[in-house]
Structures are given as structure tokens and as C-alpha cells.
Design a protein around this ligand. Sequence first.
Ligand SMILES: Nc1ncnc2c1ncn2[C@@H]1O[C@H](COP(=O)(O)OP(=O)(O)OP(=O)(O)O)[C@@H](O)[C@H]1O
Ligand SMILES: [Mg+2]
Length: 652
Amino acid sequence: MARKLEELKKQYNSVSHGMSLRGGGPGRGRGPSGKGKPKNMGKTVGRILSYVGKYKLRLISVFVCMLLTTVSSLCAGYLIAPIINRITLEVNPDAVLNPSVLEQAADKLISAFVSTRFISSLMVNTAASVTVYVLAALIILGTVYGIAAFGSFLQGRLMLSVSLNSIKEIRDDLFKALQRLPVKYFDSHPTGEIMSRFTNDVDNIDVMLNNSLTSIVSGVISLVGTFVFMLTTNIWLTLITVLFLPLLFFAAGTIAKNSAKYYGAQQAAIGAVNGYIEETISGQKVIKVFNHEDECIDEMNLLNEDLRNKQEKAQFWGGVTGPIMHNISLVSYAVTLGVGGILIATRGFTPGALTVFANYSKQFSMPISQLSQQVSTLFAALAGAERVFNVMDDIPEPPDAEDAMEKEIQGHVVLENVSFGYVPDKTVLKNISLYARPGQKIAFVGSTGAGKTTITNLLNRFYDIDEGSITIDGNPLKSYKRDFLRKNIAMVLQDTHLFTGTVMENIRYGRLDATDEEVIAAAKTASAHSFIMRLEHGYDTVLEGDGANLSQGQRQLLNIARAALSKAPILVLDEATSSVDTRTERHIERGMDRLMKNRTTFVIAHRLSTVRNSNAIMVLEKGEIIERGDHDDLLNQKGRYYELYMGIKELD
Ligand SMILES: Nc1ncnc2c1ncn2[C@@H]1O[C@H](COP(=O)(O)OP(=O)(O)OP(=O)(O)O)[C@@H](O)[C@H]1O
Ligand SMILES: [Mg+2]
């Protein structure tokens, strides 16, 4: 059971998914993939700063606002001291009070305010002087808290704009980087993993910028501010608070360490559950076909129980922080009150100062526990940021050569001794040589995995060749600008893809400046027109989920229409008609033949009837061309093609 769980987790954690089964642990990171510590923290932080740093003015304002907020609320808290002192004196005029500098300053401020016309106009001249004093003090106190609230509002607003702008740029840059990555990257990274860069990782950076960063900075400011205020109020009482510090730090440290540990485990478990859910959703049909529902439920149970377990631990440690720290500070509060009382009795320490001080000492642990809670979120975000930057730094398609050209292409394609492998030491194509003149139709046939698609991957430079040469009109592929080259090779890929959008838009993907009439003409060439007209909204029917509402063959027809719309002089059809009936296939062929009169066409097909009328047929086997010629030649050769055609021997 345990082994099975480990295996499952490994399987689904290699792919972290972006669904929001959110963890509610310390600092509440969002979604999975929060595990792992950043490897190069300094560099990652620097990189984030390079985004955030663009908003210097706003950042400075945020800092000023934080300072304003923290200092004003500290000051406002201090105004309570002179109020209490004044009341004490009112009750007991003989009390010996020895106010601190700050108390004296606050008292002066209030007294000055009392003698203003504003206060005397408030028809309080009849009231007792202590009432006037308290009223004046409360007005000041309210104003200062008002300033603090405004500062905090402004700070939140500004930081939100800084973080959202930075996040937008990061997302943009990530997407740009993605568009520049070679096909190889997408072939070797699961979609879910790439997706989680955009979802969890970017989300985590957002949480960090918005919450963690501000609470860390304001935590430090308030820690320092409180300490300064305490120190100026009374040195002895400050000493008591300082004595409690190691205990606070120890508790905070232990909690932070544990919560980080369980938080990581929780995130991994969330990743596993989400990965599993996503896979069962996308594979639901297969699950039903093979009656695997019950097994799926069992596996889900296993993963889900594990998640519950981890969440319990993580959230326990997350939730325990507040109470523990609070209780420690309550003890410190009590000791402070006791010692403070003695100081009042013996040293003229004022009751006002004690009240204020006791409050400060109670608050003192807050920033510390806040900081300790932010640690795991911070690490999760930095690790996520590092993964995001790694994608950005991944090797893009190499840039075009300086003198790369955009010279009109006729379509004379020559491959000479081309060898290629997707991974080193594993050649997929060996010594492929062939040529195609403009207007010729060249077919590739051969067993599954023989390397047919691979040849077409080389033509449009999805991958670059290892050995040999490929030229078009006598110029090596690399001498053309890559975009230009791809514009000149229309492809119907083996796996069709339709985007969310109307049928019209999907076909127009083949050439963006095509008119509606041209799109319809292309659809007619591809024999797609009649089925499109039968759709509910014809060409305006919206396709969703890769054309889930179409049949496999209909999807292929749209892909062919897309290629037919393109004016590219070279056309590649990889199993383009494998899912359409033979009669429709004949129609398409006739249409395409007209279209392809002066263009070079490469056709890949398992159905040999499709390739019969090609100028040359290449029979591929294990990456090599083992036979070539036109249909009649090959039949006369009585070799592999003959066997295939006559159905004498099944493909291996
Ligand atoms: N992205 C890739 N990375 C590594 N190896 C790959 C990749 N794509 C294909 N291969 C390998 O290259 C070989 C040739 O694959 P290719 O897709 O060219 O075959 P094919 O002739 O088009 O087959 P089919 O008729 O099934 O489409 C196969 O052995 C396959 O495993
Ligand atoms: Mg193929």
C-alpha cells in the first residue's frame, strides 16, 4: 500500500497541475509545486527585483506609506499615556509622576491643541478641564489613526499595482519565451508541467509580492519602531521584553521549520491529487472503455487520504503559530505589568506609560510570528520564480543567420545523405537522399515508426539535421529566415489541432489575410464545405476543445482546408486523409491536384491507394529508404512495396 502510494505520487508529481485544491497552511501558498527550495536564491531575487524595480517611484511611495502607517499607529497608541496620566492626576492630585520624554511631548501636543480656538469653539468651556483634555486627545488620536488607515490603504493600492504589473510582465515574458522555444522543448516536457509555470508558479510570485513582501517589510519596520518607543519609555521594562525574545525566536524558528517541512509535503500531495484528477478527466473515455472506474476511485482514495494527512499536519503547524506566540507574549505582558506596577510605586513611572508599554510588549511578538509564517510562502514563491526563469532561459530556437534571406521559393527540394536522431546516439534517419522538383508529388510509405514524420520535421526546421544537407532551390535550409521558410511550407500535421474560435477563423489560420471567399474556396478544395454548411451556424460555428464537436475526419478536413488556403509552394500532408472515407479522399485529391499544379508536395500515407499517382514513392524502413520509384516501377521491382500493395505481407 505504502509503496503504491509512493509510486503514484512520483508519477503525478512530475507533472504539477494548475487546479485549485488550495492548501491552507502557513502563509497559504496557492496550489501545488510549492515544494523545493530555490537553488540560486540571490539570482532569483535579483531577477524578481528587475521586474519590480521598474516601478521605483511606486515602491518608494509604498515604503513611505508603510513607514507612515506603522509610525502613526505606534504614535497614536502612545497618546493613551498622557490621557491616563491626566486622569490619574485628576483622581489623585498628589500622585508623583515622572513622565518620559515621549509622554511629555504627547502631553504638550494635546495641551497645545486644547488651547486652540477649535477646541474652545466646541462649546466645551463649560466642561471640566479633564474632559476637554481627553476630548482633544481623542481627536488627535483619531486623526493619527486616520492617517495610519489612509497610509495602509494607499500602500495596499500601490503595492497591488506594482505586483500585478510585474506579474503581467513576467507572464508576458514567459509566454514570449515559450513561443521562441523549439519543438524539442514541447516534445520533452508534459503540457501540465508547462502549464503549472503559468498557474501555480506565477501565482506564488504574486502572493509573495502582494502579501509576504509587504508584511515582511512592515513587520521589520514595526519591530524596530516598537523597540525604539519601548526604549524611550523605560529601559527596565524593555529589558524584560528583550529577555523574552530568545524564547519567542526559538518558538518562531521551530514552528517555521516544521511548517515549512509539512507545507512542502502538503504541496506535493496536492500536486499528486490534482495530477491524478486531471489525468482521469482527460482519460475518462479510456477508463470507461476498460471499466477502470473502481480502480480509479481506489487510487484517488489513497492519494486523497495522504493529502488529508499532510494537510492536517501542515495546517496544525500553521495554526499553532498564533496561539503559541500569543501566549508567550501574554506571559511577558504579565511580567511587564508586575514590574511596571513596582516602578509606578517606587520610581514615579506613570500609569499611562505602563499601559502603553504593556500594549507594545503584547504586540511585539506579532511581527515575529508573522515573519515566521511568511518563510514557507517566500521559499515556495522563490522556487516557483526560479522555475519560471528557467523556462525563460531555456535555449530558444537559434537565431537566423545574419544574411538569412527571404528569396522567393520555387520548391526544388533536395535531401543529400541526411542523418538525424532526436537524441544523441540514436539515429532515426540514416543517409536519406531524395529530390523533388516543383510540381512533383513525392510520397513516403513504410511501417509505423519508420521515420516518415521525422523527415517532414526536418524540412520546416522543427529540428535541425545532424549530417548531410537539405536545400531548397539550391540554398541550404539555414540560409532562409526560419519564419519565411515555414510560411513557404504548408503542413497538415499528423496530429490535427483546432483552436477555440469559429470554423472560418480556424481555416484562416492558414493565411491570415485571406478573404471569406478564399476561405470558402479552400474549404471546397478540401471537401469540407458541405459538412461545414450542415453545422448549426455554418462557417460561424464556434469550435471548442480542439474541435470536440466534430468527427475525426471532419477535423482533418479543416486542417487540409487550412493548408489549401496557404499559397506556400511546398505542401506536406502527413496522414492528412487517414480518417476520411475513400470517396472523400478522392475528392480532396482531385482538388489538391489542381491546387498543387506548380507546387512540391510531400505525402505520407499508410493507404497505398493515396500515393499511387505520386511521381516518386519512397519506401522507408527503420530510417532508411529501401525502395524508390513510381507505383509501376515499385510493383515491377516486386520488393517491399509490392508486398505491401498486394497485401502479401503485413506491416511489421
Ligand atoms: N520527439 C521525439 N523524440 C524522440 N524520438 C522520437 C520523437 N518523435 C519520434 N521519435 C522516434 O523516431 C522514430 C520515427 O518516428 P516518426 O514519427 O518519424 O515515425 P513515422 O514513420 O511517422 O510513424 P507513423 O507512421 O506511426 O506516423 C520512432 O522510433 C520514434 O520513436
Ligand atoms: Mg508519422
